[in-house]
Design a protein around this ligand. Sequence first.
Ligand SMILES: NC(=O)c1ccc[n+]([C@@H]2O[C@H](COP(=O)([O-])OP(=O)(O)OC[C@H]3O[C@@H](n4cnc5c(N)ncnc54)[C@H](OP(=O)(O)O)[C@@H]3O)[C@@H](O)[C@H]2O)c1
Length: 316
Amino acid sequence: MGKKEKNEKAKERREKRLQEIQLLRSIPYSHHQRWWSKETIAVVTGGNRGIGFEICRQLATHGLTVVLTSRDASAGAESIKVLQEDGFDVVYHQLDIVDDSSINQFVEWLQESYGGLDILVNNAGVNFNLGSDNSVENAYKVIKTNYYGIKNLTQVLIPLMKPSAVGARIVNTSSRLGRLNGRRNRISNVELRDQLSDLEVLSEELIDRTLSAFLQQVEDGSWTSGGWPQIYTDYSVSKLAVNAYTRLMARKLSERPEGQKIYINCYCPGWVKTALTGFAGNNTVEEGADTGVWLALLHDQTVMGSFFAERREINF
Ligand SMILES: NC(=O)c1ccc[n+]([C@@H]2O[C@H](COP(=O)([O-])OP(=O)(O)OC[C@H]3O[C@@H](n4cnc5c(N)ncnc54)[C@H](OP(=O)(O)O)[C@@H]3O)[C@@H](O)[C@H]2O)c1
C-alpha cells in the first residue's frame, strides 16, 4: 500500500470513529451512570480557550460545578462570561500552573469556597513549534509548564480531593507525540525506554533525570544527536514525562483505601484546531475535549494509569 493510500485509510478510520463517538455522545447518561451532581467540583486548568474551554462547557452541560481557571485573569473573565450567559454553572479563579504563589492562592480559595474538589483536568499546556518546525528554543518553558506545572499542581491538590465511594479523578491532557514506543517519534535509547516502561523501575527521579539530561543537551547544543523524539522534540519529551508521571501516580494512588480512591489517567485529544497548532488539525475542539470529559465522568472506574484517545485505550 502506498503512502497516499495509507493516509486515506487512516483518515477513513478516524472519521468513522468520530462518527461513532458522535453517536455515543447523543446517548444521555443513565441515572445509574450519573454519579455526579451540582455539588461535584471539577477544576480545569487553561480553561479560557481551546480544548480547556470546551471541557469546561461540556462538564457544565452535564450539571457539575465547573471551576474554570486561567493564568490571565482578564481572558478568564471573558471566557466565563460566555458560559454564564449561556446559563452554565461555572465559577472562575486565576491559576498559573508555574507560579507557586498563584497555586497557593488558588488552593486556599478552593478549600474555603468548596472544601476541595472531585475532578482535576490538567489541561494547560504550551507548544512553540508549528508545521514542520522543530525548534527547542523554548524547551525549558515547555518542560516547566507541560510537566512540572501538572506535577506540582497535582501534588498540592491531591490532599484536597474529596473522599467518595466513586472516587475522585485526575485527567492529564497528553499527546500521542509523547508515546514511548511510537513508531515514528520516540527516544532511540532502548535501555532508557525500557526503564521508563517498567513500573518497578519508574520513579520521579528517573523522569527528572531524563528531563535534566534533555535540557542539558539543549543548553550545550548536543540534543540533535541525543536520540530524542524527532518531531516537536521539546513538546514530545514533555508529554512523554506526563505519560510516565500518570502511570507512576496511578501506582501510588492505587494504594489508597476504598472511599478515598483517586483515579488518574491521561488522554490525547487528537490533532485539534486551536492556537497551539496554529489552528491546523483534523479535529474540532468539541471532538478534542470529548475523551477528556468522558474519562472525567466515567462511571466504571476500573481504569487507572491508562492512556486514551477517541474513548479507547492506546499504548504508552
Ligand atoms: N491542539 C492539539 O492538537 C493538541 C494535541 C495534543 C495535546 N494537546 C494538549 O491539549 C491541551 C490544551 O491545548 P489547546 O490545543 O487547547 O491549546 P491552547 O488553545 O493554546 O490552550 C492552551 C491553554 O493552556 C493555558 N496555559 C498555558 N500555560 C499556562 C500556565 N502556565 N498556567 C495556566 N494556563 C496555562 C493557555 O493560557 P493562555 O491563554 O494564557 O496562553 C491556554 O488556556 C494542552 O495540554 C496541549 O498540549 C493539544
